[in-house]
Write a protein that binds this ligand. Structure first.
Ligand SMILES: NC(=O)c1ccc[n+]([C@@H]2O[C@H](COP(=O)([O-])OP(=O)(O)OC[C@H]3O[C@@H](n4cnc5c(N)ncnc54)[C@H](OP(=O)(O)O)[C@@H]3O)[C@@H](O)[C@H]2O)c1
Length: 325
């Protein structure tokens, strides 16, 4: 008989099998898998006194990530694009939460959000860059392809503005929600010669390109933060029933919903890897790794390309020069 749980268990063991890559990454195998939930991976954990910042908490994986971190005692600063969305999400969660406005396509909004956090004067123990979007058509923001801006560049700016808050925490952790879809990026990786997307856009490639950028961002952060006590890792949450398909044509949304009902992770399972990597004691000091199903996984070659990661950092710095402190 068909068993959805069994299906997810089998596919999660595929993600586990080829454990190569960063020396330290392969050592951190956990007993969790693709059907573990965020509550299960944090069972018994007391996060009282810790502060987490989670982007995109009004929906999907971000909402469940906030819910479970707050349930375990953390104070969660949860971002949404409007005050109302943030307040509504925070009001439905048990524990300490504070809504913040963050519109990743607007760099002034990113800086304003970071300033609000800095004004609170608290160390940030966990920064979870979760918010993200998929668009069917080519959209550009300040001449740059929109997935690249929203999924990657806005988060680059946010992390950059909050690095001193992370360093102020005893073991600050950055978790970037990437995707296995980084494998759909162009074969030669980041399109430094055309970040507008005009010459190469299709939805899958552009989403994959932004997720490759997420992974390279984490890799470069881990290199730059060596010796500070702050770690950075990128995760694939699995394929999860959320609102991520909302901008796709109606028939694709319907197909996603039906397929999701049958095969995909639910939100509790979908938030597990973010929460595991943000909190588990086994991961203290682990940095520059890629996780799926709460275990190390093997990223595509481009996502391990240190030279590409460093170049992306420098290009991003140039693009954002007027916003960087
Ligand atoms: N679902 C999956 O199968 C899957 C697989 C791999 C990776 N991921 C990644 O998981 C993360 C969470 O996505 P999800 O699946 O939970 O989707 P979701 O339910 O659509 O949630 C996405 C969140 O990001 C926010 N967001 C979108 N555009 C934004 C912008 N311009 N500025 C600020 N926030 C913005 C959304 O706010 P609004 O509601 O206001 O738009 C929402 O809070 C994303 O990074 C996604 O790429 C998802």
């Amino acid at each position: 008989m068909y068993s959805r749980r069994r299906f997810l268990q089998v596919t999660s063991s595929w993600a586990l099998s080829p454990l190569v890559g960063h020396a330290a990454c392969e050592d951190v195998i956990s007993r969790f898998n693709g059907v573990s939930t965020a509550e299960q991976v944090t069972a018994g954990l007391d996060l009282t006194g810790r502060t987490a910042l989670v982007t995109g908490v009004n929906s999907g994986i971000g909402y469940e990530t906030m819910r479970v971190l707050a349930l375990r005692g953390a104070h969660v600063l949860g971002t949404a694009r409007t005050e109302e969305k943030g307040r509504r999400a925070c009001d439905t969660v048990e524990g300490a939460t504070t809504p913040l406005v963050l519109e990743l396509s607007d760099f002034n909004s990113v800086v304003a959000c970071a300033n609000k956090v800095r004004d609170m004067g608290v160390p940030i123990d966990m920064l979870i860059c979760n918010a993200g979007a998929i668009f069917s058509d080519l959209q550009q923001i300040n001449g740059l392809e929109a997935h690249f801006v929203i999924n990657y560049l806005g988060h680059y700016l946010l992390v950059n503005q909050l690095l001193d808050r992370l360093i102020a925490a005893p073991h600050g952790r950055i978790v970037i929600v990437g995707s296995r879809a980084h494998q759909s990026a162009p074969l030669d990786g980041i399109q430094f010669n055309d970040l507008s997307g005009s010459s190469w856009f299709d939805r899958q490639t552009a989403y994959g390109h932004s997720k490759l950028a997420n992974g390279l961002h984490s890799l470069e952060l881990s290199r730059r933060l060596l010796g500070t006590g702050v770690t950075s890792n990128v995760i694939h949450p699995g394929v999860v029933q959320t609102n991520i398909a909302r901008d796709l044509p109606n028939w694709q949304q319907l197909a996603f919903r039906i397929y999701g009902y049958l095969f995909l992770k639910d939100l509790q399972e979908g938030a597990a890897t973010s929460v595991y990597v943000a909190t588990h004691q086994n991961l203290t000091g682990i940095s520059g790794c890629y996780f799926a199903d709460s275990n190390p996984a093997v990223p595509d070659k481009n996502m391990q390309d240190q030279a590409m990661a460093s170049r992306l950092w420098e290009v991003s710095e140039d693009l954002l020069r007027e916003y960087l402190v």
